[in-house]
Design a protein around this ligand. Structure first.
Ligand code: KG4
Ligand code: ZN
Length: 365
């Protein structure tokens, strides 16, 4: 299968509704012809987290608008497409179902092949869309719903080296912001506050660094932050500005240190396989954090490994990554049909034991 391919991708597994058109001519870099993302931050703002039923309803309302915009922006008609790729899991079941049903309708109506894509595979294959990375590479997926190290060996060959056993870091940033009265999404707000803070003023733990391997834990950090905040309030009757900045800086430094040390371990394991062009890629919203991105780049350099951080709009949830993963699967001969099921849980790596924990996406894969 080495002809040019143009696929429409759909994404609706959490709180972003997205559609995109990607074209790939073999031997050339893929082109993202359009990438439309409609977020739902305002819809869920009053609840302090994503409300699954509200999310699903909003996806149903926005999906066809996103598809129309994506096709128009790309300047292609349904008849120009070679297939349609859709996130079939893991994620919030109502949202995933909305996307899968929409994709099935378009596929049936336009007579197009349908390809179900694992959302995590979409993230994990993104460096091949943006930077033409060769297999095998190491990926750190770090967002509000996920945190795992993956050895990406092939289109459908992922080995999970470790991951969070409870919260994802983005989720911990969001909860920290909530506890300190900062706006959502919490990551950017906490990062900004941290700039004026002293990371050493409050002592935060570096969970699981004493345990071998690449597993991580972030829920204890959140509890430590809650205790520190309550102690300040008990003593001072509120949280002075400088204390808030110091709490943010201390929290961010703890997350940074854990990710840095676990990345060293993951890189050590990855490099044992002596890859021809060693590469360490990062994806997910937390990769937007400059302190974290900088330390990951430094750690990668320590190991003489190329560091790749795709542009942020392809790091966070989007449909271009789903269209691209669809193209990769299509070329590998994968096709789905009208029996394609929405899967709230869908581990990328069936060989490793399931990770426990919950996040804003619900159960972890
Ligand atoms: O990948 P993403 O858009 O969605 C999923 O969670 O799948 O990531 C969103 C998460 C949020 O939890 C947000 O707080 C976090 O990424 N985030 C950040 C920053 N920007 C976004 N965390 C830390 N620092 C940032 N600058
Ligand atoms: Zn995601």
């Amino acid at each position: 299968m080495d002809r040019p391919l143009t696929l429409l991708g759909l994404e609706s597994s959490c709180d972003d509704t997205a559609a995109a058109v990607v074209r790939h001519v073999p031997g050339q870099a893929a082109q993202v012809l359009s990438s439309v993302v409609k977020g739902q931050t305002a819809l869920h703002a009053a609840y302090g987290g994503v409300v699954p039923e509200l999310a699903a309803r909003a996806h149903v309302e926005k999906l066809d608008i996103c598809v129309e915009e994506a096709l128009a922006e790309a300047g292609v008609a349904l008849s120009d497409l070679d297939g349609i790729a859709v996130t079939a899991g893991p994620g919030l079941i109502g949202g995933v179902l909305s996307g899968v049903m929409c994709a099935k309708g378009i596929a049936a109506g336009a007579g197009l092949p349908l390809i179900g894509v694992n959302h995590l595979a979409g993230h994990a294959l993104t460096p091949r869309l943006t930077d033409q990375l060769e297999f095998p590479y190491l990926m750190l997926l770090v967002s509000g719903g996920h945190c795992q190290f993956l050895l990406v060996n092939g289109v459908d060959d992922f080995l999970r080296l470790g991951g969070t056993i409870d919260d994802a870091p983005g989720e911990a940033f969001d909860k920290t912001a909530k506890l300190l009265g900062l706006p959502q999404p919490g990551g950017p707000a906490v990062e900004q506050e941290a700039q004026a803070g002293d990371p050493k003023h409050f002592a935060f733990p570096r969970p699981l660094l004493d345990r071998a391997g690449c597993d991580m834990s972030f829920s204890g950090l959140k509890t430590a932050l809650l205790r520190a905040r309550d102690a300040i309030i008990a003593e001072k009757g509120g949280i002075p500005r400088q204390d808030r900045a110091d709490l943010c800086a201390g929290f961010q430094a703890a997350v940074r240190d854990v990710l840095a040390e676990k990345s060293r371990r993951a890189l050590g394991i990855y490099l044992e396989s002596t890859p021809a062009t060693p590469s360490f890629a990062v994806a997910g919203g937390v990769a937007a954090n400059m302190a974290i991105r900088d330390v990951l780049e430094t750690v990668s350099a320590e190991f003489g490994t190329r560091f790749v951080a795709p542009p942020l709009r392809f790091c966070t949830d989007n449909a271009a990554m789903i269209a691209w993963a669809g193209i990769e699967r299509f070329r590998a001969g994968t096709r789905d049909d009208m029996t394609l099921a929405a899967r709230p849980r869908w581990p990328l790596d069936n060989r490793s034991p399931a990770l426990l924990g919950s996040g804003k996406k619900g159960a972890k894969a």
